[in-house]
Design a protein around this ligand. Structure first.
Ligand SMILES: [Zn+2]
Length: 627
C-alpha cells in the first residue's frame, strides 16, 4: 500500500507536491469571481460522493464567491471539470481507482480535469452508526486544506479559516494518500469537523462494543441450564446482570457456545470485532480457574500478573475466528485482568490486535516482545469528564508519537470533544497526527494560532504554552507502574492536587497577561469571539484553582478569615460557572461550547470530583470552636 506523509503546505494557495511536466497548464476553477469549472459526480452517486461534492461547491463559493454547478456524468459538460468520486468520466480518463482500499484517495489535476476520488464503502445501506469508508470525502478535504489553505480548527463557522481569493487555479499534480490511522473511534467519530480532519476508518468494526461476555453468553439465556458456565463467587455461581456476565472461563463447554455466538458478529461482514471481559470484572473462584494463574484481585490491571484464565479463553476464541474468517481481525483488550502479557500462551494468533488500555512504559515493553499488532484505547479525556483539567498539548503529542512508534494505528478515544475552551489545540493536533504522526506539534500550534488569531497569534501561542506547561505533570504520573501492585492511575488524579500543581499563581498570572494582550490586539470581532472561547476555559480553570487554594489554606489554618476567603472563592467560581452555562444554552453554530455538560457536571465534575469545596464546604465552625 502506498502510504505518503504529506507535509502541510501552509495557509496559502500553493502548488502541491509531485508536479507533472511543466508544459501542462494550470487548471482554472474560478477566474475573477466567475465560475470556470463544473463539478461532476456519477449518476448513481451516493451520499459518500454527493456530500463531498456539495462541500467542495460550498467552500469554493466561500473562497471565491463563485458557485460551481454540480452535474452528473450522463453527459460531458463543456470546459474544466472537477470529477468528485469515481464516474464514467474518471474511467474515460484512465484513472484507476481499483487499487485504492480502506479510505485512501487520489488527487489528480491535469489538462482540464481535477479528480478528487477515493475508496468509498458502506457495509449496511442504512447503518444506524453511519459507519463508512470515506475516501472521496478525504480527497476533497485534503484538496481544500493542502491546495486551497482551508482549515477547520474548531467546529462552527468561526472555527474555520477560508482564504479569500477571486481566482482559483490548480497546478498539475498527481498523488495518492493512505492516512496513517487505520481507525479512530469513540469521541469525535461522527462530527463533520472530525471527518474533515481525517478522523475515520479504513475498516469496518462491529458496533457491538467491547464488553462481549454478556453478548456471547447472556445470563438470561444460559444461566438456568448452565450455572456452571458462570463465575463462582463466595461459593455460589452468579448470574451477573444484563450488561455483566461473569464467566467461569475454565469451562470448555462454555467456550464452544461463546465461539459460536462470537462468529455471528462477523456474519454481516464486519472486518473487526472487539472483545473484552465484563467491565468491573469479578474473577471465578472455582478450583480450576484459580489453578490457572496468580491473579487474585478485583479487576484492576496488575503489572506482571496476568489473568491467564481469561487470556487462554480469549486465545481459543481468536483461533476459532481465524479458522472461520481468516482475513478478519479480533481486537482483544488488554484491560484490567488482561492488561498483562499472558504467561500460559506461547503467543497469540496473528489475527489478534491487542488493544492497550494501560500502556505504561513497562507494559508496552513487555507486550512488544510478545506480539506485534496493537491498538490503543485512549483515556486521555478521562480528565475532562472528571474534572476538566487540560490534556496538555505537548503530552498528547508525545503520547501519540510513543503509541505510533510501538505500531499503534487504531485509536479509540474515550470521552473527548467536550471542552473546546480548554482542549481545542489538542483536539486539532490529534486529527493532524492521525493523518501523519510525524507532524511537529509546535508547527501545528503555530498554524492554529496564526489561522485563528491573526494579530493576536503570538500572545495566544504564549498563552497556550503557559496554560499547558505544568499540566504535563499528569503524563508522568500515568506512566510508572510497580510490578505486582494494582495499577490505578485514576487514583493519582486527585483534582485538587492536579489543579494546584497545574496552575500555580505564577502560571495563572502569566496566562492572564498573555490573554489580556491577545484581547487588546484582536483586530476584529471574529478574533475577539474566538479568544473569548479560551478566556472562558481559562476563567473556569483559574477560579477552580483558586477555590482549591483557599480550601487548602483553610484546612491548614482554620480561622474565620480563611473560611470567609474560601466562601468567597467558591461563590465567585460557581457564579461564573452558572453564568457560563446560561450563555452556552443558546444553540451555537458559530463556535462550540467552552465546556459542555450539565450544570451539575460543570459545577461539581461528572463524578462529583469537584464537590469539595464547590458543592459542600468542610464542616468548619464546630471544629474551629473546639480547636
Ligand atoms: Zn471457574
Amino acid at each position: 500500500m502506498n502510504r505518503l506523509f504529506v507535509p502541510c503546505l501552509g495557509i496559502v494557495c500553493t502548488v502541491a507536491a509531485w508536479p507533472l511536466p511543466a508544459e501542462e497548464a494550470a487548471l482554472c476553477l474560478v477566474d475573477e469571481g466567475r465560475p470556470r469549472a463544473t463539478i461532476v459526480i456519477a449518476k448513481d452517486a451516493t451520499d459518500l460522493q454527493q456530500l463531498p461534492a456539495g462541500e467542495l461547491q460550498e467552500y469554493v463559493r466561500k473562497m471565491a464567491g463563485a458557485v460551481l454547478p454540480i452535474r452528473d456524468d450522463g453527459q460531458t459538460p463543456e470546459g474544466n471539470l472537477v470529477l468528485v468520486g469515481e464516474s464514467r468520466l474518471t474511467r474515460a480518463m484512465g484513472v484507476d481507482l481499483s487499487s485504492l482500499t480502506g479510505d485512501s484517495f487520489t488527487i489528480k489535476a491535469t489538462d482540464g480535469r481535477l479528480v478528487l476520488a477515493g475508496h468509498d464503502a458502506r457495509l449496511l445501506p442504512d447503518d444506524p452508526y453511519h459507519r463508512a469508508k470515506r475516501g472521496t470525502a478525504n480527497a476533497v478535504s485534503a484538496f481544500l486544506q493542502d491546495v486551497c489553505g482551508v482549515r477547520w480548527f474548531i467546529p462552527g463557522e468561526l472555527g474555520e479559516v477560508v482564504p479569500q481569493r477571486k481566482t482559483l487555479t490548480v497546478q498539475p499534480l498527481d498523488r495518492r494518500e493512505t492516512l496513517y490511522r487505520s481507525s479512530s473511534g469513540g469521541s469525535f467519530s461522527r462530527s463533520p469537523w472530525a471527518h474533515r480532519n481525517f478522523f475515520g476508518e479504513q475498516v469496518f468494526t462491529s458496533p457491538t462494543g467491547c464488553h462481549l461476555w454478556h453478548v456471547m453468553i447472556p445470563a438470561e439465556k444460559y444461566f438456568d441450564e448452565h450455572p456452571e458456565w458462570f463465575a463462582q463467587i463466595d461459593g455460589k455461581r452468579v448470574e451477573g446482570d444484563r450488561r455483566h456476565s461473569y464467566l467461569c472461563t475454565s469451562n470448555r463447554q462454555m467456550w464452544d457456545e461463546a465461539l459460536r455466538n462470537l462468529k455471528e458478529l462477523y456474519a454481516s461482514g464486519y472486518e473487526r470485532v472487539v472483545l473484552c471481559q465484563a467491565d468491573g470484572y469479578r474473577r471465578c473462584q472455582c478450583e480450576a480457574c484459580e489453578a490457572m494463574d496468580d491473579y487474585r484481585i478485583g479487576g484492576w490491571y496488575l503489572p506482571s500478573v496476568p489473568a491467564d484464565r481469561v487470556w487462554v479463553f480469549h486465545d481459543f476464541l481468536a483461533r476459532g475466528i481465524q479458522k472461520a474468517y481468516p482475513d478478519r481481525k479480533l481486537v482483544v483488550l488488554a484491560y484490567g485482568p488482561t492488561g498483562e502479557v499472558p504467561r500460559r500462551l506461547e503467543g497469540l494468533p496473528d489475527n489478534v490486535i491487542v488493544e492497550w488500555c494501560h500502556p505504561t512504559r513497562g507494559a508496552v515493553g513487555r507486550w512488544t516482545q510478545f506480539h506485534d499488532q496493537f491498538s490503543a484505547f485512549v483515556y486521555w479525556f478521562v480528565s475532562e469528564s472528571r474534572n476538566y483539567v487540560p490534556m496538555p498539548f505537548r503530552g498528547v503529542d508525545s503520547e501519540f508519537k510513543r503509541l505510533a512508534s510501538a505500531g499503534v494505528r487504531s485509536f479509540y478515544f474515550c470521552g473527548g470533544n467536550r471542552c473546546w475552551g480548554i482542549h481545542a489545540p489538542s483536539y486539532y493536533l490529534i486529527g493532524q497526527l492521525l493523518r501523519d504522526p510525524k507532524r511537529d506539534a509546535g508547527e501545528v500550534l503555530d498554524e492554529f494560532c496564526r489561522g485563528l488569531f491573526e494579530q493576536s497569534a503570538a500572545p495566544m501561542r504564549s498563552y497556550f504554552e503557559a496554560f499547558h506547561e505544568k499540566t504535563g505533570h499528569r503524563w508522568e504520573l500515568m506512566l510508572p507502574e510497580t510490578l505486582g501492585q494494582p495499577y490505578d492511575y485514576v487514583a493519582h488524579e486527585k483534582p485538587r492536587e492536579l489543579y494546584l500543581a497545574g496552575f500555580p499563581d505564577e502560571v495563572l498570572a502569566r496566562c492572564e497577561r498573555h490573554l489580556t494582550r491577545a484581547e487588546a490586539l484582536a483586530p476584529n470581532d471574529v478574533v475577539s469571539r474566538r479568544i473569548r472561547l479560551f478566556r472562558d476555559g481559562f476563567e473556569y480553570s483559574k477560579l477552580t484553582t483558586e477555590g482549591f487554594a483557599r480550601l487548602k489554606e483553610f484546612q491548614q489554618n482554620r480561622s474565620e478569615k480563611s473560611l470567609t476567603a474560601l466562601h468567597k472563592a467558591v461563590d465567585r467560581r460557581n457564579r461564573f460557572v452558572e453564568d457560563l452555562f446560561e450563555r452556552q444554552k443558546h444553540v451555537r453554530t458559530a463556535l462550540p461550547e467552552a465546556l459542555s455538560g450539565s450544570l451539575e457536571h460543570l459545577l461539581y465534575g461528572t463524578h462529583g470530583h469537584l464537590a469539595m469545596p464547590f458543592q459542600r464546604l468542610p464542616k468548619a465552625a464546630g471544629r474551629m470552636n473546639g480547636s
